[in-house]
Design a protein around this ligand. Structure first.
Ligand code: GAF
Length: 392
């Protein structure tokens, strides 16, 4: 688990001789449903994990960023604030540096302040759980706090996303940053990525009689494959589909008009990408409706349908993800799907509480049979979005 605030403060004092001005924490996320919809102006439904990134930050007024990650040893990465430009800071430090670059470029009064920063995290990298968004978001909030910028959640998310897309050069939508910043304990965040309207949807999984439900999170430990190029390729295909259909974004294709829309598309691959996004948006709305109606046990088939669509139409799954989902369903899960960008990463499973152990055992057994690296169950309690921490 992540070190507490006092340990992080002590680490900061050791490296930078004195206390930080602030300590913040921002979580990683798991997406219940709404995958590859956020760059199509669509709907998403993530919740925040108990795993996250903590940051101790102090303004140093030297015009220099001095950055330490407790996951990367004792090295202090330094970068001049005025010299920052996309690609200029490699590795993990590119994310915090990118945030400073983005805030300055947006004309916010960051000036050449400079910051000392120590970060520590426990979101596994490469598990599709937004470790990078947690890092960007914790730094945005810490700087916002120190400088009194008063950023709204959507503004903070836009800067965090901008750091990732424009400075580090990794394409993404805005779901992960909004989840890390805006989620509330016990809830999933229903986000309309066009209007940026949000609503907290309680994940009330204990219906009482008949036993409770559990949402399980399992990291497949599958290595990410070709993820950058493939993600950008999906974005391009979706943009091409919207252009061919004469709509601003695939969000504007209604489910009722899907067959007509598909008939107007010549490209078979684009047709399948469009079908995924349009049906996925509808599934998000259906899941939200069922959760609102207090019928969480009925969302299972929608989760499983989402996985099938991501596997067959969007083609972002890998054998480990498909194996985990199939094994979970065979063991009695009510629904299961990959979560996040795909090409590796994690699955989310809805199961009756009394079947949860059998489900995780079945996934582990299926992986052992196929010679895959062992999967890892992760804690997934719906947790709070970014917040300051004052002590342990
Ligand atoms: C990644 C991206 F960062 C998100 O914006 C989103 O597109 C997701 O893949 C797929 O839903 O996590």
């Amino acid at each position: 688990m992540t070190v507490g605030s006092s340990t992080l403060r002590a680490a900061f004092a050791r490296r930078f001789d004195g206390p930080p001005d602030v300590v913040w924490r921002a979580p990683g996320r798991v997406n219940l449903i709404g995958e590859h919809t956020d760059y199509n102006d669509g709907f998403v439904l993530p919740w925040a994990l108990p795993l996250g990134v903590s940051a101790a930050l102090r303004r140093n007024d030297s015009g220099v960023l001095r950055m330490v990650s407790l996951q990367h040893g004792d090295e202090v990465v330094e970068a001049g604030v005025a010299d920052l430009e996309p690609g200029s800071v490699p590795g993990w430090a590119g994310y915090p540096a990118g945030v400073v670059w983005r805030l300055r470029r947006a004309g916010l009064p960051v000036g050449d302040a400079g910051f000392d920063l120590v970060v520590d995290g426990d979101v596994p990298a490469g598990a599709g759980l937004s470790s990078s968004a947690a890092l960007e978001c914790v730094v945005v909030r810490a700087i916002d706090d120190v400088l009194g910028l008063g950023l709204t959640g959507p503004d903070a998310a836009a800067h965090a996303r901008g750091a990732e897309n424009e400075f580090v050069g990794v394409p993404s939508g805005v779901m992960d940053q909004m989840a890390s910043l805006m989620c509330a304990e016990g809830c999933a965040l229903f986000l309309d990525t066009r209007s940026m309207a949000t609503r907290q949807v309680p994940l009330d999984l204990d219906p009482g009689a008949g036993g409770g439900l559990a949402l399980l999170l399992v990291d497949t430990n599958a290595p990410h494959r070709l993820v950058d190029g493939e993600y950008a390729d999906r974005q391009r295909a979706c943009a091409a589909g919207a252009r061919a259909l004469g709509v601003p974004a695939l969000r504007d294709v209604p489910l009722a008009g899907l067959d007509d829309a598909l008939a107007r598309l010549d490209d078979e691959v684009v047709r399948r990408r469009v079908r995924h996004v349009v049906t996925e948006n509808a599934r998000v709305l259906d899941v939200v409706g069922l959760l609102d109606a207090g019928r969480p046990e009925e969302i299972g088939p929608l989760l499983t349908a989402s996985h099938a669509s991501l596997r067959d139409d969007f083609e972002v799954t890998v054998p480990e993800l498909d194996t985990a989902v199939a094994a979970a369903l065979d063991a009695g899960a009510l629904g299961a799907r990959m979560t996040g960008g795909g090409f590796g990463g994690s699955v989310v499973v809805l199961a009756r509480t009394d079947a949860a152990g059998a489900v995780t055992d079945a996934i582990a057994a299926a992986f052992a049979d196929r010679g895959y690296a062992p999967p890892r169950a992760l804690p997934a309690t719906p947790s709070a979005g970014a917040h300051p921490i004052t002590d342990d």
